[in-house]
Design a binder for this molecule. Structure first.
Ligand SMILES: Nc1ncnc2c1ncn2[C@@H]1O[C@H](COP(=O)(O)OP(=O)(O)OP(=O)(O)O)[C@@H](O)[C@H]1O
Ligand SMILES: [Mg+2]
Length: 561
């Protein structure tokens, strides 16, 4: 009986669909609308189910829908026991597999006695042209189907329950990831291609980070305050984000600290490589594509932008000339130039423009070896809220490294090391390298002795270097002094002053003298000029008046004669 009934219903639906298709094709548009409405009513009468679609991407920026991700993780828990065709997703810590439903697979669920079904649908648009991305026009969505009499339960309670559980599962199953932005030219409009990722597996932590314990505590409490600060940031009207500037010489632990921050906060790391971002618009798109609970890192920021906000042109003029000879190199450079239009103002907007608030709960970290080279606008408080200097290894930092590398809390050689660390500069990277046993037989004491030797060598090297520098400085100064004296001997001093201004000295004076001599030779006359007025107050010159009188009397005599 039941089977017959379903068969009949199926044929009715098929007929309605067929008629609808004919109507859509041949009826004028205004009639089509009415026919469509009645067809839907009719279908609703024989097919009392409601469907809700959840698309993978929600908007023009191709941002992955968080609801879609929550549903995915909720259903992956259900599908591992109920679906027949499964897909293995990320592997968390290489220990457990996360299983999800395969494309076009159906999973049923039950909530407060209501039965419903989920299907993962994949649509692939027909490819009309050749593409390097054969899968690029894929669109996925989850389709939820339930009886219309359960509409209230589903829309009011069930969906809320799915999203809440899904999000909780997302957090517990999450394998933290390290992202890197793809070069802009590799982006595709219909795919998530802006960032690529690998599993984040850096083991650094604040316990293993060698630095002044007070400073470390300060950073940890700052991070904790940030993590709990949602309401606080809302209250003060600021986007929930914080900027850290890590600066210091190479090998002092800047990158290690980023990894420690990520492990401490349980945030993903987005390593932003500015040189492959075409322009400010693409920079903004990358920002929009980063979710909350993430750390956006720009390493060596001083190498990415110069002080005026334009990209550094490392190539010199000679190199330009060479490129003109080599067409392939020139082409590559041209391509690079078209990619490098991110400006300082674009970066400033990225950090704290209106768009920076999208997503919330994000840390932005810059690292640099040369903090003094950075534009003050880039690192002012509010943009880079906390400036952290990572410096050469101090004794406290050494103790952390000794504990990490040698399981030592104290030793009689510590005193010598403390003294030497105070007398010379050595990065934690170098200290760590010296402390690391080079063979299974090497014991802690010999590692400490290694370090002492290295510190003494570094101290000696620094002394020799300082001496050489002082010597070359003294030589340079002596050379300059001799040059100056020779110049002074050679060139006459400032000769005279006229109205408080210096006139003609040295070389200028000599040239003039020769030209005057030459002039005197071919033109043996002397001229004296008497100006009518002197100075700025335009007072008449007395000699001029006398000469005028004298000459006028002369000319009168001449006339009368
Ligand atoms: N403060 C530190 N604590 C523990 N290990 C450190 C520290 N600083 C450096 N190291 C060790 O030295 C190595 C290099 O450190 P890291 O890459 O963090 O330096 P950096 O400051 O980022 O250098 P660069 O400026 O060249 O990028 C790391 O692998 C780490 O093991
Ligand atoms: Mg680094």
């Amino acid at each position: 009986m039941m089977g017959e009934m379903w068969a009949q219903m199926g044929s009715v639906i098929a007929s309605v669909m067929f008629v609808n298709a004919i109507v859509q094709q041949y009826l004028p548009p205004h009639l089509r609308y009415h026919v469509g409405r009645y067809t839907q009513k009719l279908v609703g009468f024989v097919y009392p189910y409601i469907q809700i679609i959840f698309d993978e991407f929600t908007n023009d920026f191709r941002k992955r829908s968080e609801i879609y991700s929550a549903i995915q993780s909720y259903l992956s828990a259900k599908s591992s026991t109920r679906a027949k065709r499964l897909k293995a997703h990320d592997v968390k810590d290489s220990k457990s597999l996360v299983l999800g439903m395969d494309d076009n697979e159906e999973v049923t669920d039950e909530f407060q006695g209501v039965k419903l079904s989920w299907v993962l649908r994949k649509q692939t648009a027909n490819q009309t042209s050749f593409s390097f991305y054969p899968q690029s026009d894929e669109k996925k969505h989850y389709r939820l189907t339930f009886h219309r009499r359960h509409r209230d339960i589903i829309t009011r309670s069930y969906l809320h329950h799915v999203i809440k559980e899904g999000k909780a599962l997302l957090v517990s199953n999450r394998q933290r990831k390290l992202y890197i932005n793809n070069p802009t030219q590799d982006w595709h409009p219909y795919r998530e291609t802006k960032w690529s990722h690998v599993a984040f597996e850096h083991p650094a932590s604040f316990e293993t980070l060698a630095m002044d314990p007070k400073k470390k505590e300060e950073i940890i409490s700052d991070l904790i305050k940030f993590r709990k600060g949602k309401e606080y940031y809302e209250k003060i009207g600021k986007p929930w984000k914080r900027g850290y500037l890590l600066y210091g010489p190479p090998g002092t632990g800047k990158s290690t600290m980023v990894a420690a921050m990520s492990n401490f906060m349980d945030y993903d790391v987005y390593d932003l490589e500015l040189t492959t971002v075409k322009d400010n618009t693409d920079l903004r798109k990358l920002l929009i594509d980063t979710p909350s609970k993430s750390i956006i890192v720009i390493e060596d920021i001083d190498c990415s932008l110069d002080l005026t906000g334009q990209r550094k042109k490392k190539e010199k003029d000679e190199e330009d000339k060479e490129e003109n000879k080599d067409p392939v190199r020139k082409m590559r450079k041209d391509q690079e130039n078209t990619q490098s239009k991110v400006t300082l103002s674009g970066l400033l907007n990225f950090i704290d423009g209106i768009w920076s608030a999208c997503g919330g709960e994000r840390l932005i970290v810059f690292t640099t070896n040369y903090v003094e080279k950075l534009d003050p606008a880039l690192i002012r408080r509010g943009r880079m809220d906390k400036h952290i200097e990572l410096s050469y290894c101090c004794f406290e930092a050494f103790k952390v490294l000794a504990r990490n590398y040698l399981d030592l809390d104290s030793h009689e050689l510590f005193e010598t090391i403390a003294r030497l660390l105070g007398e010379t500069n050595m990065t934690p990277a170098d200290v760590a390298e010296n402390l690391m046993p080079k063979s299974v037989r090497q014991d802690a004491e010999s590692c400490l002795k290694n370090l002492i030797e290295a510190l003494e060598a570094a101290k000696e090297e620094a002394r020799v270097k300082a001496e050489e520098e002082a010597k070359s400085k003294a030589e340079e100064e002596a050379k300059l002094k001799v040059e100056k004296e020779e110049k002074e001997k050679d060139l006459p001093k400032v000769e005279e002053k006229c109205n408080g201004k210096q006139v003609e000295t040295g070389e200028e004076n000599r040239t003039k003298k020769y030209s005057q001599r030459l002039e005197g030779f071919v033109y043996p006359y002397i001229q004296i000029t008497f100006d009518e007025f002197i100075g700025e107050r335009l007072k008449r010159n007395e000699p001029y008046s006398s000469i005028e009188k004298y000459l006028s009397s002369k000319s009168l005599r001449k006339q009368s004669a």
